[in-house]
Design a protein around this ligand. Sequence first.
Ligand SMILES: [Zn+2]
Length: 225
Amino acid sequence: MNLPPFREWVAEIGASFYVCARCGRAEWSGVALFCPSCSWLLLEYEAPSERARSWEHGFLTRWLFDWTLDSDSTVGAAVRALKSGARRLAWRSLAAHWGARALDSEVIRPVFVPSPSRDGVRDHAFAFAEELASVWGGRLELCLGFPMEASAKPQKKLGAAARRKRILIAKYFPKLAARETLVFVDDVITTGSTARAAHSALGRPSDFVAWALASRPKVVKFGEF
Ligand SMILES: [Zn+2]
């Protein structure tokens, strides 16, 4: 028998052990998010493949799961777990699931643009984008950011409503080859304002779509998120 060295063995166990984020059951394999029975529940809230939102300027947003009041204990639990911990395997599995469902079959050559994080840390949107890129074989472009605090000073006078509009800037404009599509990646879509800000920061390109893990309409208010 060919046993791996002890250190590797311990590391492997550490990587494959997790607690189900929905029911708390300890698990030893899987996607590092939900136990098998909770994973089946999650699949009940998959958005139908034809479901998409179209924004002005014509770009589409698609998502994997519908986050509603009914699905808060399942989809909400998944999102909260993904946002709070480094469940990289779960992102990988969800990216593979996205690929398997072929939600956006018109996207032939995706170029993934993750939603930027305020503090510059590579967060959940980055993890999702990176795993999508590895599943699809597309590249990542970290071309979006927030305006510098100094240059954003006048925004302070705009009030809360205006600040919520989430102004994004393009740090550079990715060059697209033939048949490439910019895919803006975020974890949750609510009002769509971040996707619209990304689209407009990048000059409102026609080859642009937005993908999110979950769609949570604004009316759904509870859940620590
Ligand atoms: Zn469970």
